[in-house]
Design a binder for this molecule. Structure first.
Ligand code: C5J
Length: 232
């Protein structure tokens, strides 16, 4: 069974080597997605993010079935906030700030219920979970090493939010030489205009940051591949 597939994407087809491709799921955390959580206290409409859950769960199932490397990320900080620069902590005029008590524990603090990933996409024990203090998943994390150790050169980028952590991570990855496919129905923004333009920006200018394609185009390519035999 070939490991290479051709994905119909924007701005044009991309050849994916499934043995060198990882699925990265950015920040599908309760604090961003659940009603009453941090995202909503910022005045955002969390239903805009929740519509990502079902297509992303389907893509995750397909990736797991073929033994693809799956990486989850969580944005958050140490309980003493020593890894949260004042410039981030004090930005804007939110009703609640990072570290304040929220509906699901202290907001965006590691170990709190709200900081963790939603039940529908809960990582398996065998999957990688990267805790990141910034918007980008490469900054101050072990992600580069994980990707190098697994000989990954291509990424399926999913999660939230499209214009913030998905974009920052995709740009970081692109600068490091990874080919990124941002999965259009598996990324979400609180703002419909940012969702549309955020996706357009990825594939603009001949794919300046990468490619975009829906999960519905990727899943059949994964399903056509024989499952990886478990090591004996
Ligand atoms: C934000 C994120 N939007 N995961 N975080 O602050 O995009």
């Amino acid at each position: 069974m070939p490991t290479t597939v051709i994905l119909d994407a924007l701005p044009g087809p991309i050849e994916l080597d499934l043995d060198q491709t990882a699925l990265i799921i950015i920040d599908m955390q309760r604090d961003f997605l659940l009603p009453g959580g941090f995202g909503e206290t910022l005045g955002n409409d969390v239903s805009q993010l929740q519509r990502v859950v079902e297509p992303l769960a389907a893509l995750l199932d397909a990736a797991r079935a073929v033994g693809m490397l799956v990486i989850h990320t969580r944005e958050g900080h140490l309980p003493d906030l020593s890894d949260c620069p004042p410039a981030k902590l004090n930005r804007g005029q939110p009703s609640k700030r990072i570290g304040d008590p929220g509906a699901f524990g202290r907001i965006l603090i590691r170990g709190e219920y709200g900081h963790d990933i939603i039940d529908e996409l809960a990582p398996l024990d065998t999957e990688v979970v990267i805790d990141k203090p910034g918007k980008g998943a490469f900054y101050a994390t072990e992600l580069s090493k994980v990707l190098a150790d697994n000989e990954i050169t291509q990424l399926l980028v999913t999660g939230v939010t499209t214009e913030v952590c998905v974009h920052t991570t995709t740009r970081e990855a692109n600068d490091r030489g990874f080919e990124c496919v941002v999965v259009s129905d598996c990324v979400g923004s609180y703002f419909p205009d940012f969702q549309r333009v955020g996706l357009e920006m990825i594939a603009a200018q001949g794919g300046i940051f990468g490619w975009t394609a829906p999960g519905t185009a990727i899943i059949p390519l994964l399903n056509g591949r024989a499952p990886v035999e478990p090591a004996v």
